[in-house]
Write a protein that binds this ligand. Structure first.
Ligand code: PGA
Length: 274
């Protein structure tokens, strides 16, 4: 009886691993520098990490820098280190003082842009509708959005996490075509875990990422849901990244504070290879 049980468990595990390999999603480790680093500090960071990044066959690595740094950093990005933008405006040009256009980012050969980060939602009043317009702007300029979603503390405490995620996902992808989903990454970032040192447990993060995958399946079907990469973000550091990445639905990390330190960034990029 015991032996049969062991065999059944082994078959279940083997099937799960097989499934994971079939639906291989390359991990993506991204640093969000927010409003940190001057030109010299940024250049020093790139110099230190570029050569130490793992192969692009195993993991994709990006740092999101302030817009004026694009030009000098892009020229120095390494084989496997991309420079992304933290924001763009939803119109392609016009009288919008201080905003950053998709065509400008494209002209610098930027590939990735962050959209809907909770700090943008909180301090710059970005609604789901604005997030949606920004995604459309990114896609029409052949930029690849990392779309951030996540609940606030009071929403989690009132059991509203799934409702909030459902609303954010539906709002963000309204009118976005299935064919464009291959250019999109989603980052699940519970607001209460950002910059607070409070990481969601790996199980909580995996559950939320699984819920998001399910929502994508409802909108776009199973294949797209299995292929889309979903990152976790919120107080990720070298000490907790391995456990987070070992989870079925977590395909990478979006890292704020710990990504400012070259040694920590190198360690976290390499942790994704194991
Ligand atoms: P944190 O920030 O890693 O400092 O919590 C994450 C983010 O804001 O993307």
């Amino acid at each position: 009886m015991m032996r049969q049980l062991v065999i059944v468990v082994m078959i279940v595990i083997a099937n799960k691993n097989l499934k994971r390999r079939e639906n291989y999603r390359k991990p993506v480790i991204a640093g969000n520098w927010k409003m940190f680093k001057t030109r010299d500090e940024a250049l020093f960071f790139i110099l230190q990490v570029s050569e130490a990044m793992p192969s692009s066959k195993d993991v994709e690595t990006i740092v999101f820098a302030q817009a004026p740094l694009m030009r000098c950093l892009i020229k120095r990005q390494g084989l496997n280190l991309k420079i992304g933008a933290q924001n763009l405006f939803y119109e392609d040009e016009g009288a919008f003082t201080g905003e950053i256009s998709g065509p400008l980012l494209k002209s610098y050969k930027v590939e990735y842009v962050l959209i809907g980060h909770s700090e943008r939602r909180a301090y710059f009043y970005e609604t789901d509708e604005i997030v949606n317009k920004k995604i459309q702007a990114a896609l029409r300029n052949t930029l690849r959005p990392i779309v951030c979603v996540g609940e606030r503390l009071e929403e989690r405490e009132n059991n509203l996490t799934e409702k909030v995620l459902e609303r954010q996902i539906k709002g963000a992808f309204e009118g976005v075509k299935a064919i464009d989903m291959k250019n999109i990454i989603i980052a699940y970032e519970p607001v209460w875990a950002i910059g607070t040192g409070k990481t969601a447990t790996a199980e909580m993060a995996d559950d939320a990422c699984g819920f998001i995958r399910n929502e994508i399946e409802k909108l776009y079907g199973k294949l797209i849901a299995e292929e889309i990469r979903i990152q976790y973000g919120g107080s990720v550091k070298p000490e907790n990244i391995e456990e987070l990445l070992s989870k079925e639905n977590i395909d990478g990390a979006l890292i704020g504070g710990a990504s400012l330190d070259p040694d920590k960034f190198i360690a976290m990029a390499n942790a994704a290879v194991k």
